[in-house]
Design a protein around this ligand. Sequence first.
Ligand SMILES: O=C(O)CCC(=O)C(=O)O
Length: 188
Amino acid sequence: MTEQLALFADNSSAPEGLRYAADFISPEVERELIARIAALPLQPFQFGQYQGKRRVASFGFRYDYTERRLREADFIPDWLGPVIEQVETFGGPRTEIAQVLCTEYDTGVGIGWHRDRPHFDRIFGLSLGSPCKFRFRHPAGDKWERFTLEAQPRSIYLLSGAAREVWEHSIPAVEAPRYSITLRTMRD
Ligand SMILES: O=C(O)CCC(=O)C(=O)O
């Protein structure tokens, strides 16, 4: 695993609280995780009356956008155990993953600008299958300050501090199928 904070293209504007590490998992583990996700009963992301094009499965908890509250979801499956353990080690002491979201982005699909729901605390993201441009922005006067992380397959990012609370993030349409595993701790 290569921790790459120092290797961001423009490190001066990297959001505070963003960590990134390439080669977090091996190509074999990546293949297994993709096969597991592809075999899940993935559903189009539901945002109230709207449907996103990405397909998802939530474990532990899920945020219900119609009822505007957090609901319990299916138990986190055993096959996610090793990756959760590895992510908790990456996160350091007192990192307890309580929610996992598996997402499939087909070619041409992305995710719009957002910050994650306030019920969650730190956000870890494992990228699988193909690279993406993981974009950040926040208002700075009458402009946006922007930063783009080139998230490579098998890499992990962590959003904490300002990267999670202040900056929004989005992913433009991907050029080849991408999968992600988002792992979240809960706010106290
Ligand atoms: O796919 C990713 O890495 C990001 C997912 C995300 O931002 C979300 O589901 O809120």
